[in-house]
Design a protein around this ligand. Structure first.
Ligand code: PBG
Length: 334
């Protein structure tokens, strides 16, 4: 910190004296181009099924997804991230790597209709498996847990099918050890060495995902995700190990999740890896809490949403995944 003369020579209120001065020295600016809108695609036609726990968000059939994507493009958003809700779930989540799977249909339709819109796909199994876990279950040993290495093979299949459907960036979110390496080598050997990976490198086992699990119908049918998602009470620097591993395996960009309760992690990762594009996921619970309080008139939604995104960016995230992306783009224009 540089030294400064004491009061009254120094009066920091001069820096806030009028809106013009405040505007001149503003540092954190949210722009639509850094926001990613999460969208849920499901089977059917003309379906816009409201997600009760996430006001204003919907499960969309492919035709409706395309309309939403067009809007996202017109608003100048950075892109969209897609989650698939298959018609049928099974033990290996086979819809997730089928050519005609729901997310593959969604990716193709959006890239056909709006080729210039950036499309990211969430690469995971929890929306596709009947047990709701992020991989296949190892039943042989009696230890009912996700089988890490068997899941890697299926993750590779899933990623390749997204790549063939035309996705722009893949976002593995399952917190399997070695997932980035497995996905990178699968992509490279299939001719997709140009396709970037944004890794959910530090993803915590969080209660803030509650509304999303309603939206994606992905609540685990037994147990929880604590053997793969990170423990919020573990030493914070474990996140640095996760990030370093993912980068060494070939991740191009890094994501931290959730955002608001993990701004220390966002900041620490940004400080330690300043050259790596960093994203944070402002997750469903963060969104729904503010929506619910705003519906009761207890807080001002726009002010609190913008303040949240400002905090996330100030902490060090240059990319933000948020359910408010469309609203923010509209607010920024007024
Ligand atoms: C897993 C995944 C989850 C979210 C994004 N990807 C859910 C989970 O881990 O249970 C949560 C996103 C949100 O809460 O908004 N595929």
């Amino acid at each position: 910190m540089t030294s400064q003369p004491e009061f009254p020579a120094t009066r920091l209120r001069r820096l806030r004296y009028n809106p013009q001065v405040r505007r001149l020295i503003r540092k954190t600016r949210i722009s639509a181009s850094q926001l990613i809108l999460p969208l849920f695609v499901r089977t059917g036609k003309n379906v816009r099924q409201p997600i009760i726990s996430m006001p204003g968000q919907f499960q969309l059939s492919v035709d409706q997804l395309v309309i939403e994507a067009q809007e996202a493009f017109q608003l100048g958003l950075g892109g969209i991230i897609l989650f698939g809700i298959p018609h049928e779930k099974d033990s290996t989540g086979s819809d997730s790597y089928a050519d005609e799977g729901i997310i593959q249909q969604g990716i193709r339709a959006v890239k056909d209709a709006v080729p210039e819109l950036l499309v990211i796909s969430d690469v995971c199994f929890c929306e596709y498996t009947d047990h709701g876990h992020c991989g296949v279950i190892n039943e042989k040993t009696g230890h009912m847990d996700v089988d890490n290495d068997a899941t890697l093979e299926l993750l590779a299949l899933q990623t390749i099918s997204h790549a063939h459907a035309g996705v722009d960036i893949v976002a593995p979110s399952g917190m399997m050890d070695g997932m980035i390496g497995a996905i990178r080598s699968a992509l490279d050997s299939e001719g997709f060495s140009h396709l970037p990976i944004i890794s959910y490198a530090a993803k915590y086992a969080s209660g803030f995902y509650g509304p999303f699990r309603d939206a994606a119908e992905s609540t685990p049918q037994f147990g929880d995700r604590r053997t793969y998602q990170m423990d919020p009470t573990a030493v914070a620097e474990q996140a640095l190990r996760e990030v370093a591993l993912d980068l060494s395996e070939g991740a191009d960009m890094i994501m931290i999740k959730p955002a608001m309760a993990y701004l220390d992690i966002v900041h620490m990762v940004q400080q330690n890896f300043p050259g790596v594009p960093l994203a944070a996921y402002n997750v469903s619970g963060e969104f729904s809490m503010i929506k619910a309080a705003a519906e009761r008139g207890w807080i001002d939604e726009q002010a609190v949403a913008m303040e949240s995104l400002t905090a996330i960016q100030r902490a060090g995230a240059q990319i933000i995944l948020t359910y408010w992306a469309k609203e923010v783009a509209a607010w920024l224009r007024t």
